[in-house]
Design a protein around this ligand. Structure first.
Ligand code: ADP
Ligand code: ZN
Length: 761
């Protein structure tokens, strides 16, 4: 940028009124403000300031300096009211041009503040530059360098410093003090006299570790794998954006396809990002990838600030070609990205639950689009969004892998109708006869079993048989769950724990509270009673304290140190254990009762995924699915292992109901401790939203305000308004409109906007 065109002189009254121009930076504040601001760039910063750096600007009436992101620098018309940037915070941009563009898209699409969004895209440690240290280098000033040895420079110590510098040139201050036998104060004393100069440089503490001998497995790729790899290879070579949907049954060897895609990208000198739902639960997949490449950065929540920041800057320098991580890894600053892989793309945990409430898969698609590269979405049970797109959109390609590797059979699945079971077998039984028989046979064969119940705790709820009272959390509208491990009743939402009352707390009722429903702790106990010889362990978020606990228990299971693994849906993900020949689903119905249009999809995915953990070794796999809803579509189709039948039927239902993926949904959740205030605010907000949409002629359906399925949480009542739009374009225009008119505001305690919600709780 040429400096000669920039004239910052005050216009004189005598001169004709020519239009003047100046270098102006556009700034996005970190505060929750929906605007960008212009600031003058002073001459001394003009060369240094780049978009993506953070700056300090005088902000608000007080003019107090605040940190903000610079999102643009350009020559603009001069306005005398513009304030000037105070300083530049970063040496180099924290965020490159493409990620900046992605940030703009995120903030627009997910209706979040731009500055806040950019800030969220960078790990806090990287912003603080943890992992780098400030190193002071000392050298002679020009004046001293020219002077002769005998010049009197002061004390003997100071002379020694100068002599050392003459010998060595530029020296780090610590080493210089060693050489000269002095303290740093001697050196700073010389600096004050301008006899030496001190330069501060940020240096990496140490680079990331490497894996010198990557491992190559000796098996031959299956035909399905080869064909998928070939097509993904073509998409990588095409240099264009595309979405490759890898639809492969459980055990079809999807990881191997990812490895091969990454390898092709690396061969072309580019980098790859692989996203996984949760690191702790996908240790096997992560480990497999780590052993296959020389340099892999795994970004997980257990990293220290220093490690994270170090990894981040090494990635930005292009030194680490493979990045594996959860949600935020989609923002990894790879300079020349070649592919993004989203493993288990249908996992709900890809949705970020704080603002901006982005869906990692959709951000990955958008990033791939901006970078002009392919994105690979892998799953045995693709989300209906992806399934529909794969059939309708031009840039999508569906890659099928319908068979397991090594010719292994899909597991045999048996359905147990628990209504009938209760009918034929008096008494309350948590495990059906079929389930018990299979567990016993598994134990006899010295194989392993996985048991799933998607509900933690011991008893689902406590109720009074006399007056039907159900013990609920004092702060939330949810049942308290009894935990045998603590002997207390827990709220799974606000984490309140209370002593369980023995008697019904209702006045005039002296009934005794009884425990109903089952949780994983109860299953663990029952297995102990029924199979005293079996070694049983439980894996749910109560049993796991630290991240390592997950890895430890899974490693112990892999070493066959125990026989039965009981757990919540966290055991359904990506596990590949050759000695697991039996999977039991204690209740397939846990998600079905939820008041959410995705509950069928979730149920289907969970049953099919967890069933897929069995029969991955030489022993054939068996699965028992217990249900009270044997006729429900998701259960029937999951038992038959028929994804396509389920997806097509469910898509038709959604189409009739005008629900996603046929429409786009935006949900506005408002919460307040005062219910009447909330109701009024909800009604007013709905009217304003409808009026704004009407003025612009944007077609939308607006539902609500109605109480959320969880009506009260942490002492606040909750209501939502749901808006559905026929197209993404219509939704975007609505978001732009609401933002520009400031419609999404309310006097209630909190207002949350959730675009493309994955849960309606
Ligand atoms: P998926 O993710 O599709 O369920 P994985 O990628 O976990 O399947 O692969 C299942 C298992 O099969 C892994 O242990 C993997 O090492 C192995 N495997 C992958 N490809 C082959 C192959 N072509 N031949 C033999 N074994 C394979
Ligand atoms: Zn609570």
């Amino acid at each position: 940028m040429s400096r000669s065109r920039i004239d910052r002189a005050t216009p004189s009254l005598i001169e004709p009124p020519v239009l003047r121009h100046a270098l102006v930076a556009t700034i996005a504040p970190l505060a929750p403000i929906d605007k960008t601001y212009s600031f003058l760039v002073p001459d001394e910063l003009a060369e240094r300031l780049k978009p993506g750096m953070r700056v300090e600007v005088p902000f608000g009436r007080s003019g107090r300096p605040q940190v903000a992101f610079c999102v643009d620098v350009s020559i603009q018309e001069w306005a005398s009211t513009l304030k000037t940037i105070i300083s530049v915070v970063d040496e180099t941009p924290m965020i490159g041009p493409k990620l900046l563009e992605l940030g703009r898209w995120l903030s627009r699409y997910y209706c979040s503040y731009l500055g806040h969004t950019l800030d969220m895209m960078i790990p806090a440690a990287a912003k603080a530059q943890a992992g780098r240290r400030r190193v002071k280098y000392v050298k002679l000033s020009e004046k001293t360098a020219k002077a002769l040895d005998k010049d009197n420079l002061g004390s003997a110590k100071q002379q020694a410093v100068v002599q050392a510098l003459r010998r060595e040139g530029q020296v780090e201050i610590g080493r210089l003090c060693d050489l000269a036998g002095c303290t740093p104060a001697v050196v700073t004393g010389l600096e004050k006299k301008e006899l030496v100069t001190i330069e501060i440089v940020m240096e990496e503490v140490s680079p990331a570790e490497a894996n010198p001998s990557p491992h190559h497995p000796d098996f031959e790729l299956s035909d399905d794998q080869q064909s998928a790899i070939g097509k993904i290879g073509e998409s990588i070579n095409s240099g264009k954006f595309s979405v490759q949907v890898l639809f492969g049954v459980t055990g079809s060897g999807k990881t191997e396809v990812y490895v091969s895609a990454i390898r092709q990208v690396l061969a072309a000198g580019r980098q790859a990002i692989m996203l996984v739902p949760e690191i702790a639960l996908t240790t096997q997949t992560v480990r497999r990838l780590q052993t296959r490449f020389e340099r892999v950065a795994v970004l997980h929540s257990g990293l220290s600030g220093v490690q994270r920041s170090r990894a981040w800057s090494a990635i930005a320098r292009g030194e680490i070609p493979v990045v594996i991580g959860t949600r935020s890894a989609v923002f990894a600053p790879c300079p020349s990205l070649g592919v993004i892989i989203v493993d288990e793309e249908a996992e709900p945990s890809y949705k970020n639950l704080a603002a901006p409430r982005y869906h990692t898969r959709d951000v990955a698609i958008q990033r791939a689009n901006l970078e002009g590269i392919p994105v690979v979405l892998g799953s045995a049970t693709p989300s209906l969004e992806t399934w529909k797109n794969a059939h309708q959109r031009k840039h999508y390609q569906l890659l099928r892998m319908p068979t397991r590797v090594r010719g292994l059979a899909m597991p045999q699945v048996y359905l147990v109708d628990m209504r009938q079971e209760h009918h034929e077998r008096p008494g309350v039984h948590m495990l059906s006869r079929a389930m018990e028989e299979h567990l016993s046979a598994t134990l006899d064969r010295k194989e392993q079993a996985v048991l799933l119940l998607n509900r933690r705790g011991y008893a689902g709820y406590l109720h009074c048989p006399k007056c039907k009272y159900v013990y609920t959390c004092p702060h939330c509208d949810v049942h308290m769950v009894f935990h045998a491990s603590t002997g207390l009743a827990h709220c799974h939402y606000c984490h309140q724990r209370v002593e369980m009352p023995k008697l019904c707390p209702m006045s005039n009722c002296d009934g005794r509270l009884s425990r109903f429903g089952i949780g994983t702790q109860r299953v663990e106990e029952e297995l102990g009673l029924k199979f005293p010889a079996a070694r049983v362990r439980r894996m749910d978020s109560d049993a796991m304290q630290k991240n390592e606990d997950y890895a430890d228990i899974l490693a112990a299971f892999e070493r066959r140190e125990f026989d039965f693994l009981v757990g919540t849906q966290m055991i359904a993900k990506g596990l590949d254990f050759p000695f697991v020949s039996f999977v039991g689903i204690v209740s397939a119905d846990t998600a079905l009762g939820l008041n959410d249009f995705r509950s069928e999809e979730r149920t289907f995915q969970l049953v099919l995924q967890v069933a897929g953990r069995s029969g991955r070794g030489d022993a054939p796999g068996h699965v028992v699915v217990q249900t009270f809803a044997a006729d429900a579509d998701p259960i029937r189709h999951a038992v038959a292992g028929n994804y396509e039948a389920f997806a097509d039927g469910e898509l038709q239902k959604r189409r009739r109901a005008k629900l996603p993926p046929w429409t786009r949904m935006m949900r506005v959740i408002i919460a307040d401790p005062l219910y009447t205030k909330l109701q009024k605010a909800g009604d007013a907000l709905k009217q304003e939203l409808e009026a704004a949409l009407g003025r612009r002629g944007i077609a939308a359906s607006v539902f609500g305000p109605s109480p959320c399925p969880i009506k009260r949480l942490r002492d606040s009542y909750r209501m939502d308004i749901q808006l559905t739009f026929e197209t993404a374009g219509a939704m975007l225009s609505a978001i732009d409109l609401f933002k520009s008119e400031g419609t999404l505001k309310s006097s209630v305690k909190t207002l949350t906007v959730d675009v493309d919600p994955v849960s309606l709780q």
